[in-house]
Design a protein around this ligand. Structure first.
Ligand code: AMP
Length: 444
């Protein structure tokens, strides 16, 4: 078995890995690190939870260690782009952890917080800058940072950045980065837009791919309770009384739905908090910290807000509402059963969500077990539907979940057809407020 010490990492990088308690590299690390140390470009298909952050951070820090380590004002040597503030903060934290025995300054910039503090933080320059695209572009346009010194460019969760409409921002940012650079692109899926992006910006990349989260999902004990929509809150309360729940992540489809669940649970004295796109950065961080520390054991989240977040010890994932994209279900339940532990998922499925449950069973090839009603809730639970009766897709406007419906089937933009070329040509960059609204809309 290959160990980290056989990977030719610099002594100081290796020391940090050992201090973190990592013993053997994960598959994505084994496949990527040797090529990245040779300064190859890389196209990686991997999701959160596979160890992909260390896969790109360790060789990048190695590269920095070999360079002159002086900082240039308002500049960075490594630029990492990520779709959400949470993921950006998490990546920056990883860089700080892995570089703690070397001289490396990591800065993070993202929207939703005041820009002035970020402008000041960038004045002296940094070695690693982790950013969400919109805010970075604002900072570039204001002259607070210039990207002419970037040697390594990393695009993380590129598919989600495209889903969130960041393609134009990405292209503009890349146009400011020198052509002579190392480029790494990570994505959970490989729709056409991503392969086009890779084709355009990567030079003869090494391709690595690790098994999707379904391997994690296999360790999750999955159950379903059939229940009418208006009985879900009562049932959720009962489920949360189960003392085996250490930490429960509850998913709703909408921000409004998440707030409603929190209000109702709080009214019943269940301490719960929510994270979603309408919450301020401070509120999100507070909720995540309380959930991580165990102070608050129930976190209500929408899909995008929760994606990329790595929290150990989530014992239960509860789908208060089913996602309408089966792949999203796999992402959701993959939040539990991390690091080799067991996990439980419970889906509350109303009649109009039965179609989505069947879709999940189709892609995961697992028939989700129907759970008995919790004590005292027998009257709330619906009879188990006949599996042989065909269920129709609900009518009406497609219900949005975190990910775009067409993704995975050609990867078109949200809303179906891609915009025509003439529209694309005539489209101006939306104003700052509009972009903020757009980002908030998609991060719900
Ligand atoms: P990521 O996919 O980068 O979000 O990483 C998921 C989790 O795996 C993080 O909590 C990392 O600290 C952890 N991790 C990454 N690499 C290793 C490793 N080689 N051994 C043990 N844990 C790791």
């Amino acid at each position: 078995m290959t160990t980290f010490s056989e990977l030719n990492l610099h002594r100081q990088v290796l020391k940090a890995v050992t201090a973190e308690g990592y013993e053997t590299p994960t598959p994505i690390q084994l496949q990527s690190i040797p090529h990245l140390l040779e300064k190859r470009d890389l196209l990686g298909i991997a999701q959160t939870g596979t160890g992909k952050t260390a896969a790109f951070a360790l060789p990048t820090l190695n590269h920095l260690r070999e360079q002159n380590q002086n900082r240039t004002p308002k500049s960075t040597k490594v630029l990492v782009l990520a779709p959400t503030r949470e993921l950006a903060a998490q990546i920056a934290e990883s860089f700080q952890t892995y570089s703690k025995f070397m001289d490396c300054v990591t800065q993070t910039v993202f929207g939703g917080v005041k820009i002035n503090k970020q402008i000041r933080a960038l004045e002296r320059g940094c070695h690693v800058l982790v950013a969400t695209p919109g805010r970075l572009l604002d900072l570039v346009n204001q002259g607070a940072v210039q990207l002419g010194d970037v040697e390594v460019l990393i695009l993380d969760e590129a598919d989600q950045m495209l889903d969130m409409g960041f393609i134009h921002d990405l292209q503009k940012i890349i146009s400011h980065v020198p052509k002579e650079r190392q480029t790494l692109l990570f994505s959970a899926t490989m729709p056409k837009l991503i392969s086009d992006l890779a084709e355009k910006y990567l030079k003869d990349p090494v391709r690595v791919s690790v098994a999707p989260e379904s391997t994690t999902a296999e360790r999750v004990t999955q159950g379903v309770i059939h229940v009418a929509n208006n009985n879900k809150l009562q049932l959720l309360g009962k489920l949360l009384d189960d003392p085996s729940i250490d930490r429960a992540l509850v998913f709703t489809r909408t921000k409004h739905g998440a707030d409603k669940v929190v209000r109702k649970l709080m009214a019943k004295k269940y301490p719960a908090m929510a994270i979603h796109g309408n919450k301020s950065q401070a509120q999100r961080l507070k909720a995540l910290a309380a959930f991580k520390s165990g102070e608050c054991r129930i976190l209500i989240a929408t899909d995008i807000a929760a994606r990329g977040i790595d929290i150990d010890g989530i014992s239960h994932v509860i789908n208060f509402e089913m996602p309408n994209v089966a792949e999203q279900y796999v992402h959701r339940i993959g939040r539990t059963a991390r690091a080799g532990r067991e996990g439980v998922s419970i889906s509350l499925v109303a009649e109009d969500e039965l179609y989505y449950l069947r879709e999940v069973e189709k892609i995961t090839r697992v028939e989700v077990e129907v759970l008995p009603a919790p004590e005292g809730c027998e009257g709330l639970v619906l009879p188990t539907p006949d599996p042989n009766v065909r269920v129709r897709k609900p009518k009406g406007p497609a219900r949005r979940s975190g990910r775009n419906q067409s993704q995975g089937r050609g990867g078109q933009r949200q809303g179906g057809n891609p915009p025509s070329k003439s529209k694309m040509r005539s489209r101006k960059r939306p104003g700052k407020n509009q972009r903020r609204r757009d980002r908030e809309k998609v991060s719900s």
